[in-house]
Design a protein around this ligand. Structure first.
Ligand code: CO8
Length: 283
């Protein structure tokens, strides 16, 4: 059973304790289900910045499998941090990588993307903190995004001297125009909440996290009037081409990632970026 501290409880909410959850305890996230609505909330909880390392990605992947099997009423993805939704991929997983660990890390990320972007159940992100790079990717995979004021969101990979894979790109292109996607990705733009709303990268601005969760719930509850299967197939048809592109080329995508990762220039870029984060902190 999940330990009490691993479980995010609100009024009328209960921990989900299905078989998969029992088998793999959640350490860096917590899952709850609203008894009234059946909507699940997955809260990322890996201080300080919810960076996505392999174990956290594995937890997300397990939860997504479980919700899919249970024909969930919907998922809200959020964060326990007051300031960060997710800082994206854990740079330490990519800096001076161990080859086997890097392989597992990337294949787990692929799985998360395939399951979240292609989920049969509806999804929404309550973005209550900054969402750079992989954090933005998680939000983009969802069908609806509600963000709190004065935050930033974007796929900033080019600013780190790295290239966002094609499936990162298609996740953004599925949400905003091709023109805006090209500009955002080539510049590595981090959008403010207001800018993100203006280009449609997010759907609504909420006053605070609670309000963001409420608005996500309202979005998801609309599907109670719609056939689960009809909805799921429609979504799959719309996203199927993007999903197939990765599904049919997982090994090639992995090799591309490993090739890039082993470039001295990429490693230098990651080192400098890590240093800049530390310098920012000390100044
Ligand atoms: N990975 C690992 N550690 C991180 C990350 C990260 N992504 N982000 C921050 N940290 C660390 C910092 O180094 C710092 O460590 P320490 O406490 O040891 O000094 C700690 O977390 C706290 O960071 P901050 O002081 O910066 O926290 P703030 O609350 O001030 O700021 C931010 C939070 C805004 C999230 C800020 O930390 C930030 O901008 N982080 C970097 C975000 C980013 O650019 N992520 C990109 C990751 S790459 C990715 O997701 C896609 C890669 C695609 C694949 C490419 C193929 C080659």
């Amino acid at each position: 059973m999940l330990a009490a501290k691993q479980c995010f409880r609100l009024n009328s909410m209960r921990c989900l304790s299905t078989s998969a959850m029992r088998q793999s305890k959640l350490i860096s996230s917590s899952l709850s289900v609203d008894d009234r609505t059946g909507i699940a909330t997955l809260e990322l909880n890996r201080p300080p910045v919810n960076s996505l390392n392999q174990p956290l990605l594995q937890e997300i992947s397990t939860v997504l499998t479980d919700l899919g099997k249970n024909k969930s009423k919907g998922l809200i993805l959020t964060s326990s941090s007051p300031s960060v939704f997710s800082a994206g991929l854990d740079i330490l997983e990519m800096y001076k990588p161990d080859p086997e660990k890097a392989k597992l890390f990337w294949t787990t990320l692929q799985e998360v993307w395939l399951k979240l972007y292609g989920s049969s159940f509806p999804t929404a992100a309550a973005i209550s903190g900054h969402a750079p790079a992989g954090g933005c990717l998680l939000a983009l995979c969802c069908e609806y995004r509600v963000m709190c004021p004065k935050l930033t969101i974007g796929l900033n990979e080019t600013r780190l001297g790295i290239v966002a894979p094609v499936w990162f790109q298609s996740s953004m292109r599925n949400v905003i125009s091709v023109r805006d996607t090209e500009k955002a990705l080539t510049l590595g733009t981090m959008f403010s909440t207001d800018e993100a709303l203006k280009i449609g990268l997010i759907d609504e601005v909420a006053a605070d996290k609670q309000d963001a969760i409420k608005r996500c719930e309202e979005f998801l509850l609309q599907f109670s009037k719609v056939s689960f299967d009809a909805r799921a197939i429609t979504k799959k048809n719309l996203r199927g081409k993007d999903l197939a592109e990765l599904e049919n080329n997982r090994e090639g995508d992995l090799q591309t990632f490993l090739f890039f990762l082993n470039q001295p220039k990429v490693q230098k870029g990651l080192e400098l970026y890590l240093q800049s984060l530390k310098t920012k902190k000390s100044s």
